[in-house]
Write a protein that binds this ligand. Structure first.
Ligand SMILES: Cc1ncc(COP(=O)(O)O)c(C=O)c1O
Length: 395
């Protein structure tokens, strides 16, 4: 067996199952705020496109994807991030959701013959860590605390660490914190990437879930373009229809940016064998070409964030994040204890923060925090908030 597999931690949901083992729950409906799976309806017109294109099952898809999908994506990203242009031939690749792409990307860009470091935020989307280990690299986690606006403190990284860095994962808006990086921060990181010769992989799969229609989160390519770097050197972004369009089962996303890097990624993917089925590509075009359903999606999240944070305010203050669909409140007791007792008393599942982060320098930035995904219907989220209040009153 590949010995690097032993470095992988159990996935957070496995840890959650172990935490809840043997728990007795009250006879009330279960409400899960633990999983980041959107529950709003998938757009009908996308499902219709998928059904219409089912005969394409008869064809093998290509790894590079249909030109018309790459064109639709390039149009979308150019519009959304104020780019001068994005070349659909060389600067865009479809992927089967960002999860597999974030993982496979490290396998493509890491040179394991040089003592490689992969830097990422902490807490973090667990794939970054597994991707680093299986690429033969060492992960370095940057703690994200409330005092830093839940953003990594890049000034903690030493000169020697920057020099060893081959890949920097960013997550903006962040899971689970919802924090977003500013233009200045993104541009500083691009300068550091030049100085130290590393690649930035910006996971922007939550970029379309944000509270203020007038303030969409910035993206890495946008930051590069605003510096006049229209070739996006060292910058690659990861986007998905899963959260934007409530299509987690379509497994559809894209990577875009530096053509030199994407050329190598395409080569890797050709051997990896992860082409997107043609009917999924055609359905994806319908989704990327429409914004109305995305605006409606944001309206629903806004409604839920407002109602839930109002209810929780007296007992569990949680601020509305800049992006994504999570609350990340501080808990009055240990986060694992909180999650287990809440489950036992109120049949509500939240994810302990420490399951999403690692202890670094003696501190775990996820301890005494929980992640609540406001993905369910408004009534269910509101009911969960009331139950959490009742639970906290018993502590
Ligand atoms: C931060 C982050 N990145 C990537 C993903 C993967 O999403 P998908 O593979 O559906 O695009 C998720 C899913 O929850 C996520 O939270």
């Amino acid at each position: 067996m590949n010995p690097d597999l032993q470095q992988l931690q159990p996935y957070p949901f496995e840890k959650l199952r172990a935490l809840f083992a043997g728990a007795n729950t009250p006879d009330i409906a279960h409400i899960a705020l633990s999983i980041g799976e959107p529950k709003h309806a998938s757009p009908t017109f996308v499902m219709e496109a998928l059904a219409r294109e089912l005969p394409r099952l008869a064809n093998y898809p290509t790894t590079k994807g249909l030109p018309e999908l790459r064109q639709s994506i390039a149009r979308w990203a150019t519009r959304r991030f104020n780019l001068q242009a994005l070349d659909p031939e060389q600067e865009v690749l479809p992927v089967n959701g960002t999860r597999e792409a974030l993982f496979a990307f490290a396998q493509t860009v890491i040179d394991r013959s040089r003592d490689a470091l992969v830097i990422s935020p902490n807490p973090f989307y667990q794939i970054y860590e597994g991707a680093a280990y299986l690429a033969g690299a060492e992960p370095l986690f940057l703690n994200c605390y409330a005092e830093n606006g839940f953003l990594p403190d890049f000034s903690e990284i030493t000169e020697e660490q920057w020099q060893r860095c081959q890949l920097l994962y960013l997550c903006t808006p962040g899971n689970p914190t919802g924090a977003t990086l500013s233009l200045e921060q993104l541009q500083n990181l691009i300068r550091l990437a030049d100085e130290n010769d590393f690649i930035i992989a910006s996971d922007e799969c939550y970029s379309e879930i944000y509270p203020d229609e007038a303030k969409p989160p910035l993206g890495l390519l946008q930051a590069a373009a605003a510096m006049g770097r229209h070739n996006y050197a060292r910058c690659v972004v990861f986007h998905s229809l899963s959260k934007r369009s409530n299509l987690p089962g379509l497994r559809s996303g894209f990577v875009a940016g530096d053509a030199r890097v994407l050329e190598a990624f395409l080569q890797y993917r050709t051997y990896h064998g992860c082409a997107m089925p043609i009917q999924h590509q055609l359905a994806s075009i319908a989704a990327w070409d429409d914004e109305n359903h995305v605006i409606e999606n944001r309206r629903l999240y806004r409604e839920k964030f407002s109602a839930v944070t109002d209810i929780l305010a007296p007992v569990l203050p949680a601020s509305i994040p800049n992006g994504a669909f999570y609350l990340w409140p501080q808990t009055p007791i240990d986060d694992q204890d909180f999650a287990r007792r809440l489950y036992e008393q109120q049949h509500v599942t939240v994810l302990p923060g420490s399951f999403l982060s690692r202890e670094v320098n003696g501190r775990n930035p996820g301890s005494q925090r929980v992640r609540m995904a406001l993905v369910a219907e408004p009534d269910e989220c509101i009911e969960a908030a009331h139950r959490i209040c009742r639970f906290i009153e018993t502590l």
